[in-house]
Design a protein around this ligand. Structure first.
Ligand SMILES: *[C@@H]1O[C@H](CO)[C@@H](O)[C@H](O)[C@H]1NC(C)=O
Ligand SMILES: *[C@@H]1O[C@H](CO)[C@@H](O)[C@H](O)[C@H]1NC(C)=O
Ligand SMILES: *[C@@H]1O[C@H](CO)[C@@H](O)[C@H](O)[C@H]1NC(C)=O
Ligand SMILES: *[C@@H]1O[C@H](CO)[C@@H](O)[C@H](O)[C@H]1NC(C)=O
Ligand SMILES: *[C@@H]1O[C@H](CO)[C@@H](O)[C@H](O)[C@H]1NC(C)=O
Length: 349
């Protein structure tokens, strides 16, 4: 009995060994596997054998982009001294999905026309911290993320975004965009856009009509004075709205402009408001610090009539966090404010 069991185990073990060996032999003869260990790699760069689709050329003081081999999907070129993006370097790199060119010295005139639009599989293009004066155009319509923060962009070429049906994230913060940079059609066609960051630019007005799927809109550190009536009516998915450090006044805000039922987080710090604007019952976070608000009337700002003693929690206003510091309000916190917002966890006053 014992011997039999032992020998059958041995058989299994041996079979396993033979199987392993036969795989090895096949591998040695497989031309694909040969190239796997001997693929071309630009000498300035690092090609990790375990990740053959990636090319690491970051932090190398490169002045030029080396020729990109055809197998590459992920290309890391950040933190160099690159000034130009030439078609020649990318001619064979048709599988590229991801290009990181952050922190270089690329100018708009240094980008050869069509170099990006030829890359039909490109999903992510990062060009932050460069010297661009324009949004590069044309761009591939496959893009999902376009990051252009901290450049000197003043110009958005007409139609550059018009067929980008898959773009979910557009980051243009810390540039030199002005109201006149945009036309009424600039953002049309961005049907998948969820996040738009135009913070730290030179806008005095809200950007023109934005796509309906935007969930996060960041406009901090501009000089926006007013919001048009019904501006947010089409943005039925808006969740986060940041307008800190602008020049908003009570006169610039239509009465119900922030009564947006999808909105959970509204930031209006460092503006010139003297009154608390009307909010929706669904809002959870409200930042109103560093304005000129001098009084709080809980009855007036309550989005519903002050709830009575026996009310279902689901019917209560959702506000949990309220910042009112840096205004002209003197404690104590008015009692009707607490009666209205029963779910409040923190009030900073
Ligand atoms: C592109 O591929 C062709 C054909 O394999 C080759 O001759 C050429 O040198 C390659 N160009 C670059 C920039 O890699
Ligand atoms: C957008 O994404 C879908 C689904 O991944 C894809 O089928 C379509 O071709 C993409 N559109 C463009 C313009 O690349
Ligand atoms: C706005 O500017 C202030 C003051 O310069 C700075 O502290 C803050 O980080 C900036 N915020 C954004 C989102 O740009
Ligand atoms: C806010 O909008 C809701 C419907 O979306 C409405 O029922 C409510 O009366 C509005 N509140 C104010 C203060 O206008
Ligand atoms: C707050 O507003 C309500 C309704 O407008 C008013 O009846 C009440 O007197 C106000 N409370 C204070 C303390 O001013």
């Amino acid at each position: 009995m014992h011997v039999k069991l032992y020998s059958s185990l041995l058989v299994v073990f041996l079979t396993g060994a033979v199987w392993t060996q036969s795989i090895r032999t096949m591998d040695d003869e497989d031309p694909y596997d040969w190239s796997y260990y001997n693929f071309e790699c630009p000498q300035e760069c690092f090609c990790p054998p375990s990740f053959p689709n990636a090319l690491y050329c970051d932090n190398k003081e490169l002045k030029e982009i080396p020729p990109i081999p055809p197998r590459i999907r992920y290309l890391y070129l950040q933190n160099n001294l690159i000034e130009t993006v030439t078609e020649k370097a990318f001619v064979n790199a048709t599988q590229l999905k991801w290009i990181n060119l952050n922190k270089n010295k690329i100018t708009s005139s240094g980008i050869e026309k069509g170099v990006f639009s030829n890359l039909k599989s490109l999903l992510y293009l990062f060009l932050e911290d460069n010297e661009l004066s324009e949004v590069p155009a044309p761009l591939p319509t496959s893009l999902e993320q376009l990051r252009l923060a901290r450049n000197k962009i003043t110009t958005v070429p007409e139609g550059v975004f018009s067929n980008m049906e898959n773009l979910t994230m557009l980051d243009l913060h810390q540039n030199k965009l002005m109201d006149s940079t945009f036309s009424s059609t600039t953002f049309q066609g961005l049907n998948s856009l969820m996040q738009l960051n135009i913070a730290q630019n030179s806008l005095t007005q809200m950007p023109p009509i934005l796509p309906a799927n935007v969930m996060q809109l960041f406009l901090d550190n501009n000089s926006i004075e007013a919001i048009p009536e019904n501006y947010f009516d089409t943005m039925i998915k808006l969740i986060f709205l940041r307008l800190n450090n602008n020049k908003l006044t009570d006169e610039g805000l239509p009465t119900k402009v922030f009564n947006i039922s999808s909105l959970l987080d509204l930031q209006l710090s460092y503006n010139a408001l003297t009154r608390i604007p009307a909010i929706s019952v669904h809002l959870e976070h409200l930042h109103l610090d560093n304005n000129k608000i001098n009084s709080v009337n809980g009855t007036q700002i309550c989005p519903i009539p002050i709830p009575g003693d026996y009310v279902y929690e689901r019917n209560l206003p959702r506000l949990r966090y309220l910042r009112l510091d840096g205004n002209e309000i003197k404690p104590p916190i008015p009692f009707d404010l607490m009666l209205c917002f029963r779910l409040l966890q923190a009030v900073v006053i």
